[in-house]
Design a protein around this ligand. Structure first.
Ligand SMILES: O[C@H]1[C@H](O)[C@@H](O)[C@H](O)[C@@H](O)[C@H]1O
Ligand SMILES: [Fe+2]
Ligand SMILES: [Fe+2]
Length: 304
């Protein structure tokens, strides 16, 4: 039986295989079965499909695109880079996310802790020996605690959604790109050319990204001296940068190390996106395993 590929952009690892039970699901070479539709019956990341979430998600992106400017990002990075808000362990943070729902996501309305565990467990099944990648799955979205009162209760547009560079032109592949024309940087010549304030090949580390949960969690991991490999930190920092890892935009800003790390981000993205489902992971059952990983790669208490 031939498998239908409904979404054409899975990258080179996609392989068609025979699955006895379903005509529509797609198996990747790692063994992970890609669901043919999200929990709402639509393709994943279809921002135009008429669904109960569509309007809210579009309004979210309109606000995000208007407000994420170069100056805003500089200010937020300076402020949150101090890590002087809270002290807590990574697991405590996972539990805090129980109460967070992400308004930018057309594919998921489950509590975020389920998304973290679904991602991590799916990776663990296919890559049993890469424990750093399991842990990366568990923590990649913890930066969403920025929505909570003790972290300044930032609005959704300053925490979630896809990310993109500021300080240079907004690429057309960014979701709902049309709303950028109300962003002040859009008509500022210093920031609206292909390179903007950057140099070709300068490396993503030098590029300012729209402010949100990715860059914040990267700062938390780095400043608290995590021993995760550089690919893990890269995944945390750029997992929402779909214009790059899905559409290949902004590659001219990458350096060689970014190229290497991007390979792992491509692997990770499949699990981050396609593990989203209504089937819940038993938190208490898997907790001991993840606590052991946290202990291996992080100090007990972290500054946030
Ligand atoms: O709506 C989602 C969500 O906010 C994710 O956490 C982020 O990583 C994705 O890029 C975005 O599309
Ligand atoms: Fe995310
Ligand atoms: Fe995620």
């Amino acid at each position: 039986m031939t498998i239908l590929i409904h979404q054409p952009d899975f990258g080179i690892e996609v392989e068609e295989k025979k699955v006895p039970n379903s005509e529509k699901d797609l198996v990747l070479d790692g063994g992970f079965v890609l669901p043919h539709a999200n929990s709402f019956g639509h393709n994943f990341r279809d921002y135009d499909a008429e669904s109960e979430r569509q309007q809210g998600v579009e309004t979210f992106y309109k606000t995000q695109h208007i407000h994420q400017t170069y100056d805003f990002v500089k200010k937020m990075r300076g402020e949150y880079g101090k890590l002087d808000k809270v002290e807590m362990s990574l697991w405590e943070c996972c539990e805090l996310l129980n109460n967070v729902v992400d308004e930018s996501d057309p594919d998921l309305d489950e509590p975020q802790i389920q998304h973290l565990l679904q991602t991590a467990e799916a990776i663990r099944r296919d890559y049993p020996n890469e424990d750093w990648l399991h842990l990366t799955g568990l923590i990649h979205d913890l930066g969403k605690v920025l929505l909570l009162p003790s972290f300044g209760e930032l609005p959704q547009w300053a925490v979630v959604g896809d990310t993109f560079p500021v300080g240079c032109a907004f690429d057309e592949s960014i979701v709902h790109h049309k709303y950028f024309n109300e962003n002040p940087d859009y008509s500022n010549h210093a920031y609206n050319t292909k390179l903007g304030v950057y140099e070709k090949g300068c490396g993503l580390d030098k590029v300012s990204m729209s402010w949100g949960h990715d860059d914040y969690m990267y700062l938390v991991a780095k400043e608290n001296k995590s021993t995760l490999p550089s690919a893990g930190l890269f995944i945390i920092r750029y997992h929402s940068f779909y214009a790059l890892h899905k559409s290949g935009a902004y590659k001219h800003l990458m350096n060689e190390e970014d190229e290497e790390n991007l390979k792992w981000l491509h692997v990770f993205n499949k699990y981050d996106l396609y593990s989203k489902s209504k089937v819940r992971v038993d938190v208490e059952k898997v907790k001991p395993y993840y606590l052991s990983l946290i202990q291996k790669y992080f100090p007990e208490k972290l500054r946030w």
